[in-house]
Design a protein around this ligand. Structure first.
Ligand code: ADP
Length: 593
């Protein structure tokens, strides 16, 4: 035989709404309403966040109170009856004879039915008559139902009496709404503050390691927990004291974390109370007794598993324990715990990402420092032997009547050592600029004289017809603030490149102008030009063209990297426009003084 399917009410967790203070307030309102309207009984049902109606106050009928108080039933059951009645303001009257068989079934299953003798008189109050007010909040959301039953007159109220009743109980209905809102708000404020604290603390300078220890206390206070632990599935399990209710062991812990993963999928929390586990049927079936023993041994009244996650991914679980005798865990607290689970999930991912970023930056900085140190040491070490080689070469070249063959070799050696020297110089300059970090010395440097100097000293190729270098119109006193030596290097690298990558008989044109705030230096040539792909990499260290014609000319790939660094250190920038086979224009913009 299969088990009968449980009704929704059997699955509902009773006694899930607010704390006792709020219940007492509602009980007083119900008692007052009953006396003022000459009804024997007044009951108030609150609509919980999980769409369950829970009896929170029953006045005037001890039997009803004993049986129904704190019972939760699905709202849908009552909705059916509400739809059958006649409305008088906020109140609806449903006569027994208007009920459909289904409504009768629901009412008898979920409501208190008084014993009333049916005399058959037409206006006599019947056992299944329902008189109920819908209590809506300012947004029109249903928050509670208020019932009146067993009129002392024994009669059904007339339509006129029902309208009077509506006017008479307006204030009482308002008081019910206020009491409910105050209770839910106070829980929400307490818990939302907790959630926000978590995120705020996390998004401050906290690293992942500090996140959980620092927020744990905050969360425990927020949830009025006796003990609270946060488990993140990818981390090694924390050290949980075995005598604490959150210190689940072995199979029980595995089952609990499995339930928490399922709970994230369902967006619900799992509540283990002595004798029943709410929110996860599997855990209830398999471990109800073990969990009850676990709670009893540790004096706990409840252990709540609130899942933590981000997007569809469950990341961990919050274990929240309350002592026996503490207020019962409420639905609002479940809703808030879920919210905290989302906030905490985000905070976990964020802080982890920050940590990774910080680690990566530290590693890159270390590597970069190492690279700069290496370059600086190697170039220093190169310069000494190069000095010796150059000295000896000069000495050898000074010997008269050297054989032709020897002279040619000496010239080749001289050329190569000059290239090595310039490579070592470039490397040293680059590493000096990197380690210095700060801007170069700040003096007023007129650029005109630098341009003239560079044009005079330019390295013209010895073969073919050298390109002409033209210094176009410029105001010689245009100046920038910075380091003269570096600015010389910037202009010289650009002009020497333009000459080097020109064709015989080409023209290199230098120009200097001023805009409102900048000095603009332009170096244009009608040489080899640069392909669009190469243009993307021009300013990277050691980049050399992919164009074979350009590659055939000697170079290190450091010239433009140096130019760009100098421009940036002077608060400026460099841009290039170029067309392969037509020519290139490099434009440096620097702040004017
Ligand atoms: P190098 O000239 O030592 O190779 P640079 O950093 O000065 O290194 O230049 C990088 C590359 O940019 C060069 O290899 C060359 O292909 C290209 N390039 C630079 N200036 C020009 C120019 N004026 N015309 C054509 N190509 C150029």
């Amino acid at each position: 035989m299969t088990e009968p399917k449980p009704t929704p009410a059997a699955l509902a967790r009773d006694d899930g709404w607010g704390y006792d203070g709020a219940r007492s307030a509602l009980r007083l309102i119900a008692d007052d309403a009953r006396q003022r309207t000459s009804f024997g009984t007044c009951e108030i049902e609150v609509l919980r966040p999980d769409d369950m109606l829970e009896f929170v106050a029953i006045a005037g009928n001890q039997d009803a109170d004993d049986e129904m108080l704190r019972r939760a039933t699905p709202f849908s059951a009552m909705a059916l009856t509400l739809g059958l009645g006649a409305e008088y303001g906020e109140w609806t009257f449903v006569a027994q004879e208007w009920l459909t068989p289904e409504a009768v079934e629901q009412l008898t299953a979920y409501c208190w039915i008084p014993e009333i003798e049916d005399t058959g008189a037409p206006d006599k109050w019947r056992a299944l008559d329902v008189l109920v007010a819908r209590i809506l909040d300012d947004r029109g959301q249903l928050r509670a139902l208020m019932y009146l039953d067993e009129p002392s007159s024994g009669r059904r109220p007339s339509p006129v009496e029902l309208r009077e009743l509506d006017a008479n109980l307006r204030l009482a209905a308002r008081a019910v709404l206020t009491a409910i809102e105050r209770e839910e708000l106070s829980q929400q404020v307490r818990l939302t503050t907790t959630a926000q604290e978590v995120v705020r603390t996390a998004s401050r300078r906290l690293g992942y390691r500090e996140l959980l220890p620092e927020t744990r206390k905050l969360l425990a206070d927020g949830f009025r927990a006796d003990d609270l632990a946060v488990l993140v599935y990818t981390d090694p399990p924390p050290d949980l004291a075995p005598d604490s209710p959150v210190g689940l062991r072995g199979g029980l812990m595995i089952a609990a974390t499995d339930a928490a993963r399922r709970a994230w999928g369902e967006q619900t929390v799992v509540i283990a109370e002595p004798g029943r586990v709410w929110g996860d049927e599997q855990l209830d079936q398999d471990h109800r007794t073990d969990l009850a023993r676990h709670l009893a041994d540790r004096g706990a009244g409840a252990l709540v598993l609130a899942p933590i996650g981000a997007g569809p991914e469950p990341l961990g679980v919050m274990l929240i324990a309350r002592r026996v005798g503490e207020a019962r865990w409420t639905q609002s607290e479940s809703a808030a715990a879920l919210e905290v689970g989302h906030d905490l999930g985000r905070a976990i991912l964020n802080t982890r990402a920050h940590d990774r970023e910080r680690q990566l930056i530290a590693e890159l900085t270390r590597l970069d420092e190492h690279r700069t140190r290496l370059i600086s040491t190697v170039s220093h070490e190169l310069k000494n032997p190069l000095g010796v080689i150059t000295g000896h070469l000069e000495m050898l070249e000074g010997i008269p009547d050297l054989p032709e063959q020897v002279s040619r070799s000496l010239t080749a050696m001289e050329r190569s050592s000059a290239r090595l020297r310039s490579l070592a110089d470039d490397l040293l300059l680059l590493s000096r600029m990197e380690t210095a970090g700060q801007p170069p010395s700040r003096a007023r440097v007129p650029l005109g004289p630098i341009l003239t100097e560079v044009v005079e000293d330019v390295d013209l190729p010895s073969r073919g017809v050298a390109p002409t270098v033209v210094l176009a119109d410029h105001q010689p006193d245009l100046a920038v603030s910075g380091d003269r030596e570096e600015l010389c290097r910037l202009v010289s690298n650009l002009v020497n490149n333009a000459v080097k990558y020109s064709r015989p008989g080409g023209e290199v044109r230098l120009a200097l102008r001023r805009t409102s705030e900048h000095v603009v230096l332009e170096c244009a040539d009608d040489g080899l030009g640069i392909s669009p792909e190469d243009q993307h990499h021009l300013f990277s260290d050691f980049f050399r063209s992919t164009n074979p014609e350009a590659l055939a000319r000697p170079g290190t790939g450091l010239g433009l990297a140096i130019v760009q660094r100098i421009a940036i250190r002077h608060g400026g920038r460099i841009q290039v426009t170029s067309q392969l086979g037509v020519g290139s224009t490099f434009t440096v913009t620097l702040p004017a003084v």
